[in-house]
Ligand binder design. Sequence first.
Ligand code: C2E
Ligand code: MG
Ligand code: MG
Length: 313
Amino acid sequence: MKSTASIGVAIHPNDGADPEELVRNADLAMYKAKAEGGNAYCLFAADMQARARSAMSLEADLRMALANEEFVLYYQPQFDVATNAIIGVEALLRWDRPGVGIVGPGAFLPQAEENGLIIPINEWVLRKACADARLWQRNGFPAFRVAVNMSPIQFRKKNVPLQVARVLSDTGLDPRRLELELTENIVMQDIDAVANDLRELNRLGVSIAIDDFGTGYSSLSYIKKLPVQRIKIDQTFVRNMTQDPNDSAIVRAIITLGRSLGLEVVAEGVETSKHLQGLRDVGCEIVQGYLLGRPAPFEDISPCIPQVAWRLR
Ligand code: C2E
Ligand code: MG
Ligand code: MG
């Protein structure tokens, strides 16, 4: 392993009046250099202190949120275009933050990935999603999958198949009802290790989807190396496909690619009937988006499940 140096620079008197303050601020700058990949130097900037303070207070609030069970899952349905049937729901994390209200994952997940809290948070997501899916099954809803988004940190730090097996056995959920969504950057971090984990998950009966397909690494060789069952076309391509012929061509190419590799293709971000028609025309099998159903809490989505399919007609 190669040793590298990360350097933080604080300059007297602007960045600190005494040695303690200077070293503290140089430290902050060094952590920024490290966070950006290391082997670099970084100059202290005045907003670093404020940022570090707000990061620390967000971290403390996230710990409280875990302890006080302030996280909630919203579910968004996915439909089969041909049969109009609901074939799955995607679990999407929300934080019911005291004094603030419902907060989306973009506001706190990047920080949770940095401070490692993503591990217990996503463990909670997995457990809750499996327990809810089991409840739907018990209540006689049609057999559909629940999809859980995974973080790269989990694959780096945890034995994911073991964790998933444990949660499935604790909740009693049929493994065929669980899908894990991985982004291309998870897959690429250590392709052989991830491939082993995915094979293990497939053996359990759990299926795998590649999320935001087409936005990450452009290497397509991984897709044939990995035991993946579905690809989800990123919503930016779907959003623009009705105006931009390039996006429309990309959507068509992904569908053809998926079909020839024997993978199911899901389009996300379907917002208008034009999107839906366009996707139908190019033979897309599964759709998800605001047109068909916004993410909603378990209680709100449960009564709708038998009826929502009419929206596709
Ligand atoms: P994603 O997995 O690609 O999820 C799709 C995002 O698009 C969701 O945003 C969803 O609410 C939004 N969306 C769905 N349909 C439409 C539509 O028609 N139009 C538009 N404009 N947006 C639509 P959300 O819930 O804010 O989640 C953002 C991202 O956060 C997710 O992207 C996923 O990468 C991540 N995420 C969410 N929950 C979890 C989780 O439990 N664990 C991890 N690790 N990541 C999560
Ligand atoms: Mg997703
Ligand atoms: Mg996505």
